[in-house]
Design a protein around this ligand. Structure first.
Ligand code: BJ8
Length: 437
C-alpha cells in the first residue's frame, strides 16, 4: 500500500465510515473515537510516512495501522461468531500459547496514549503510570474496540499500580489475574507453574473445551515461530548499515501484540528477506547516525515519541531491551516437551525468566543491556522510564552503576505520553549524542 493510500484511509474518514456499524455494535463513543482516529492518522503520517528509504515490506505494517481499529477488529468479531474467544492482556507474562491452544486469539490492549487520561483520572490517582492510566481511560471512555471485543482480560501481579488496578478493572470486564513471584529466587518455588496450570483451566472453562497436548504443541509452535521472526529482524539491525529505522522496528514489535499470528509471522519473515538483500548491497537507513540501545519500560502503540526524537536528531535506534523489544521474543518454549505436565513446565519456565524490574533482584536485565550494547554495537544506551514507574525508575541506579563500570554511556529519560516535554527531550538527546564517540 502506498503512503498516500494509508493517509487517506486513516485520516480522510474511509475507515470511519466503513466500520461505523461495527463500532456502534461494540458500544464505542463514536464521536470521540473518530477524533482519536483522526489524531492517530495525523500523528502516523507525520512520524512514519515521511521517513526516507523505507523497506517496501513496511507497506503491510502501514496497512495494519491504517486498519488498526477496523479490519482486525472485524476479524475478531468473525472469530467470535465462529465460537472463538478473544482474550486481552497488558503484560508479557501471560502465555499466548495457552490462549491459542484453547482456540482463542490474544490481543494486547490499548495503553499507549494520553487521549483518555482525564477519564482515568476521575477514579485513579493523577500520579500513576501513564500506561495504567491509558488502559483504564480507554475502557471507561469506551474508545478501544479491542477491550470491548474481549471475553476475558488477564491481569498479573507485576507492579503495585497494575495489581491494584485490576480490582477496579474487574468491575468492568471479566478478569483473571495471574500471580507472579516477586523475588528472583521464587522463580523455582512452583507458584508460577501453578498459575500457568490455573490459567489453562480458566481458558478451558472460557472456551468450553478440553485443551489437548496437540493443542498446546500447536500454540507453542506458532508463538515460537513469531519469536524467531522477530529475533531475525533484530539480528539484522546489528549490521553496520542498519537496514531499517528503529521507528519501523518498534512499530513491528507493537503490532506483534494484536495481529493474526500466522500472517504476521509470514510478513515479518518477508520483510527480513528484503532486509537481507539490503544488507548484502550495503544499503541502510540513517547512515552515520549514532547507534542507540533503548532499555526500560514498554512503548505501547502509538507511543513513538522517543524514537522519533532520537532519529530526527542524529541517532538511529538499533535495539530495544524492553517488552516491546527483546523481552518479547528472547527464549523460545521447548518444543520437545512431551506430555501435558512437561509442556506446562516448559511454558512456565520460559515466561518466568522474563527480566522485568518487578522482580528483585533483576540482574539478568543489567547483564542483557551490557551484552546487547556490545552485540548491537551501540554508541550509547538510553534508559527510558515512564513517569511514576517505580520499578524501572529505582532500578535505573543499578543500571547506571553497572554501565559506568563497563564504560558504556547512559542517558536516563523519564517521561509520559504528553508532547509537552518534546523540546526538553530533544535538547537532552542532542547533548547526549554529541558526547558519544
Ligand atoms: S513484563 S515491563 S509488560 S509489567 S510501566 S504498568 S511496570 S508502573 S508495563 Fe510491564 Fe509486564 Fe514488566 Fe513488561 Fe507498572 Fe511500570 Fe507502568 Fe509497567
Amino acid at each position: 500500500m502506498m503512503a498516500a493510500d494509508v493517509l487517506s484511509l486513516i485520516s480522510q474518514g474511509s475507515v470511519m465510515s466503513t466500520y461505523e456499524t461495527l463500532w456502534a455494535g461494540l458500544g464505542l463513543d463514536l464521536k470521540r473515537h473518530d477524533e482519536l482516529l483522526e489524531l492517530l492518522g495525523q500523528f502516523y503520517t507525520g512520524l512514519y510516512l515521511s521517513q526516507p528509504n523505507r523497506p517496501a515490506g513496511m507497506g503491510y505494517f502501514d496497512f495494519v495501522i491504517s486498519e488498526v481499529h477496523g479490519l482486525r477488529v472485524q476479524e475478531l468479531q468473525e472469530h467470535k461468531a465462529r465460537g472463538g474467544k478473544v482474550v486481552g492482556t497488558f503484560c508479557l507474562y501471560v502465555p499466548e500459547e495457552l490462549i491459542l491452544a484453547a482456540g482463542g486469539v490474544c490481543v494486547g490492549l490499548c495503553a499507549g496514549t494520553d487521549f483518555p487520561a482525564a477519564d482515568a483520572e476521575a477514579i485513579l490517582p493523577r500520579n500513576i503510570c501513564p500506561l495504567i492510566k491509558s488502559a483504564v481511560g480507554f475502557k471507561l471512555a469506551r474508545l478501544c474496540p479491542y477491550v470491548e471485543s474481549c471475553d476475558l482480560v488477564v491481569g498479573e501481579t507485576t507492579c503495585d499500580g497494575k495489581k491494584k488496578t485490576w480490582e477496579i478493572f474487574g468491575q468492568h470486564v471479566p478478569m483473571h489475574v495471574m500471580e507472579l513471584p516477586q523475588m528472583a529466587a521464587g522463580r523455582q518455588d512452583g507458584l508460577w507453574l501453578g498459575q500457568v496450570r490455573d490459567f489453562k483451566g480458566r481458558m478451558e472453562t472460557l472456551a468450553g473445551r478440553t485443551i489437548t497436548e496437540d493443542d498446546i504443541a500447536r500454540g507453542i509452535r506458532l508463538v515460537n515461530a513469531k519469536r524467531r521472526a522477530l529475533a531475525r529482524l533484530y539480528a539484522l539491525r546489528q549490521n553496520a548499515n542498519v537496514p531499517i529505522s528503529g521507528k519501523d522496528a518498534l512499530l513491528i514489535s507493537q503490532i506483534a501484540f494484536y495481529d493474526d499470528i500466522e500472517r504476521y509471522t509470514a510478513k515479518v519473515n518477508e520483510l527480513c528477506d528484503e532486509l537481507v538483500a539490503r544488507v548484502t548491497r550495503g544499503e541502510g537507513v540513517l547512515l552515520g547516525a549514532k547507534r542507540l540501545l533503548i532499555t526500560g519500560t514498554p512503548m505501547a502503540i502509538p507511543n513513538w515519541k522517543l524514537h522519533h526524537i532520537l532519529e530526527e536528531n542524529g541517532g538511529v535506534v538499533v535495539c530495544e531491551e524492553s517488552c516491546t523489544g527483546t523481552r518479547y521474543f528472547t527464549n523460545t518454549v521447548d518444543e520437545s516437551a512431551k506430555g501435558m505436565d512437561a509442556q506446562l513446565e516448559a511454558i512456565a519456565e520460559r515466561y518466568v525468566h522474563i527480566p522485568c524490574a518487578c522482580f528483585s533482584p533483576n540482574t539478568e536485565r543489567l547483564d542483557n543491556v551490557v551484552r546487547y550494547a556490545r552485540e548491537w554495537q551501540a554508541d550509547g544506551v538510553i534508559d527510558y522510564t515512564l513517569a511514576f514507574c517505580h520499578c524501572y525508575n529505582v532500578e535505573h541506579e543499578l543500571l547506571r552503576q553497572r554501565l559506568q563500570a563497563e564504560g558504556i554511556p547512559l542517558l536516563h529519560i523519564e517521561t509520559d505520553y504528553s508532547m509537552g516535554d518534546m523540546g526538553q527531550l530533544t535538547t537532552r538527546a542532542r547533548a547526549f549524542m554529541e558526547t558519544l564517540a
